[in-house]
Design a protein around this ligand. Structure first.
Ligand code: PMP
Length: 450
């Protein structure tokens, strides 16, 4: 039977019933379908919507497209790869591509992180890192270390592992008891002491001591790993005070606990280095990646593992499978081709450095929004930004959503809203003029929102 096709040009005018088949993720489906926002193409700093209006991308899609959109080198790499080798079985077989890509990633990563396990998403990378941590401890005779420590307001994806160590209540509360034994560090957002801090907040390094509280409560011998996003993105950009991550590292070392950085959004230049680990001078034992790994063009995630962890797996008989874990699409040729081309683009255009070069201007312009109605905090680091708005009484999130919706509709600007926080993460190819436009439009939309 021929499939009915949705005509893109008329889609915006269609009744919700005709859009019902697609159950959209993390979306108010009925609200969206009544007035859909649909993107049909993209190039450089811009999307184009169904009416062919250019939409300035202030979000790098969803923290993914660090080199901007439809970069010819990445497009060609994917096309050529699809025509040459579309798929290779990854178990007891392989193509050369993931080997090459893993070497490239190890060269970019902090010195001790030399081994790469490929997944298809950030969520899978987090769950993979959790399984690596559990298996690592067991291999070393410490199978009693089964507990994970996450952090309030953290987002580590939607797998049962990542959900269990995530600290955003909405993502957890309808799904039962989740993985037993997880506990949570306090989050580091402190508007009372740190509102409108340019760059990293001054106060809050002492919150790392909260890990000592959890260790005293549970006993270090029960804890496998601590997971943190160096900068929490999905909760609305929560930054660490200087010294906070260093102190977590020290405490983990003292107690034989693994430290895992979830760099799904901070990876690939967002904060001025390949990884936030390097910007903050703290090396984790495991590091999770996705998004910018392929510039968002093909789904892919990865876990970088230290020599010590990888080495523990490589001890047994050589004919034995060392880790009973993997995905049909681990190291998929198209994803590897896209990632290699993305890494080439980042390097050739010095895009990681751009977040440092533009950081001061980004900071100055964003903070010029201080004083606008409802703005209770402005946060920035690298090419990440957040404008936090006072929630409306009895309707938390409504003001943030309205600014997001108006920005798209009236301002032709894509931003992200998480609750009443407007989060910004533009492609690293942006110019000062784009920064001006992002800030000007956002200011106008905040003023227009009651
Ligand atoms: N970890 C972090 C820190 C993230 O920001 C995200 C996605 N926003 C994920 C994990 C999950 O990634 P994915 O959506 O690719 O599963």
């Amino acid at each position: 039977m021929p499939r009915p096709e949705l005509s893109l040009s008329t889609l915006a005018g269609q009744a919700p019933a005709e859009l019902d088949a697609y159950w959209m993720p993390f979306t108010a489906n009925r609200q969206f379908k009544a007035a859909p926002r649909l993107l049909v193409r993209a190039e450089g700093m811009y999307y184009h919507d169904v009416d062919d209006r250019p939409i300035l991308d202030g979000a790098a899609g969803l923290w993914c497209c660090n080199a901007g959109h439809a970069r010819p080198r990445i497009v060609q790499a994917i096309q050529q790869q699809a025509a040459t080798l579309d798929f290779a079985p990854p178990f007891q077989m392989g193509s050369p591509l993931p080997f090459v890509l893993a070497q490239r990633l190890a060269a970019l990563a902090p010195a001790s992180l030399n081994h790469v396990f490929f997944t298809n998403s950030g969520s899978e990378a987090v769950d993979t890192a959790m399984k690596i941590a559990l298996a690592y401890h067991r291999l070393r005779g410490e199978g009693h270390r089964t507990r994970f420590i996450g952090r309030e307001k953290a987002y580590h994806g939607v797998g049962f592992g990542g959900m269990s160590i995530g600290g955003l209540p909405n993502n957890r509360k309808t799904f039962g008891p989740l993985l037993p034994g997880s506990d949570f560090l306090r989050h580091t957002l402190d508007l009372e002491r740190n509102a409108f801090s340019p760059g990293l907040p001054r106060h809050g390094a002492e919150l790392a001591e909260d890990l000592e509280r959890l260790i005293a409560l549970h006993d270090a011998s029960t804890i496998a790993a601590v997971f943190v996003e160096p900068i929490a993105g999905s909760a609305g950009v929560i930054l660490p005070a200087p010294g906070y991550l260093q102190r977590l590292r020290e405490i983990c070392d003292q107690h034989g606990i693994l430290l895992v950085f979830d760099e799904v959004i901070t990876g690939f230049g967002r904060v001025g280095h390949a990884f936030a680990a390097q910007r903050f001078g703290v090396t984790p034992d495991l590091l999770t990646l996705a998004k910018g790994l392929t510039n968002g063009a093909v789904p892919m995630g990865a876990v970088l593992a230290s020599d010590a962890i990888h080495g523990a797996f490589m001890q047994g008989p050589t004919a034995a499978i060392e880790f009973f874990h993997g995905y049909t699409y681990s190291g998929h040729p198209l994803a590897c081709a896209a990632a290699l081309a993305a890494l080439d683009t980042y390097a050739e255009e010095h895009l990681f450095e751009r977040a440092l070069e533009l950081g001061d201007y980004w900071q100055e312009r964003l903070h010029s929004l201080r004083g606008l109605p409802h703005v209770v905090d402005i946060r920035n680091f690298g090419l990440i930004g957040a404008v936090e708005l006072m929630p409306r009484k009895d309707a938390p999130g409504a003001r943030g959503y309205e600014v997001f919706e108006r920005s798209f509709r009236d301002g032709q600007l894509l931003v992200r809203c998480t609750g009443d926080v407007i989060a910004l993460s533009p492609p690293l190819i942006l110019e000062r003029s784009h920064i001006d436009r992002i800030v000007d439009v956002l200011g106008e939309m905040i003023r227009a929102t009651g």
